[in-house]
Ligand binder design. Sequence first.
Ligand SMILES: [Zn+2]
Length: 368
Amino acid sequence: MSPVTDAVLARLPKVALHDHLDGGLRPRTVLELGSEAGVRLPSADVDGLRAWIAERAAAGSLEEYLRCDELTVIVTQRPDALTRIAREAVEDLAADGVVYAELRWAPEACRAGGATLDEVIAAVRRGLAEGMESTAAVGRPVIARQLLCAMRNGPHSREVAEATVRHHDPARPGGVVGFDIAGPESGFPPSLHRDAFDHLARHSVPVTVHAGESEGPASIASALADGRALRLGHGIRIAEDVERDEHGDEVLGELAVRVRDEGIVLETSPTSNVHTGAVRPWGAAIEQHPFDRLRRAGFAVTVNTDNRLTSATSLTRELAELVRVFGYGLDDLERFQRTAARAAFLPPAERVRVEQVVTSGFAVARTA
Ligand SMILES: [Zn+2]
């Protein structure tokens, strides 16, 4: 088997299920929008901004990592800024080989400029649709949709859930496909947002929940029971419910069996998981990421960036890291992308089409 080179990786068709719109801004866009808004940023140039972000990202805690959001939230308070950011995100993902993307963001945190939830959601939809047009025009078509996040430490989850139901339109370019809760996991279990999740379930809107990142299995159990989550944002701390017996075989606890057997998809984000301390113990490197253990135990693992700017990454880079650390080949990488395609919150026929695009792209890569 030929080695998986960076050039091959860059061209592979990829599926991005877990990518924060406000965590993936272009540094230059942050600077331009910051100066338009009259905001003092930590640095006036691209390199300085990258360095400031890298320092916080490497601090080793989710709370410190999330401080980078404070920076990007400042520049996302106008609908026209959101449209620009969404369009640029799709263009950047196309350049990374992404063929399907769900971009998530928290509309409740983007209305300080006076816009309503409906207006900011429409602004992002416009930007994603523009990005779909511009990337298709250059022969790199991307299907882009949005996931709406409610902040788990805030009081707006029911309101955002209602907006999600109102705007749920998975067949529409840039449309809303589902719901998530984001923000600090510690102290804010999914059960706090039961009312929002019940509303979504009544309207059959699919849900993914950040869980098993800075908290362990109890948070995952709540994401399933209270959130009825079909996917877990990261979810990697389910590994704490998987032990190895004296023969070296994996022994799964009750919760781990449920996550595996129900095919609950883990939206793992290797670099971000190291940055936020989700990979244990503290200070662990990507080599200690449970990704491969979870894969071998039969979990539905997918590969994601989480925050492209904050973690200075791309899907190509995440795949390259997994190839380097775990020695994966094209068959493995294809399996991760097809798992992600099948877990997309799209209408079934479109999900199948995305999976076909992935399969044919990998077939081309094998003959190259
Ligand atoms: Zn995330």
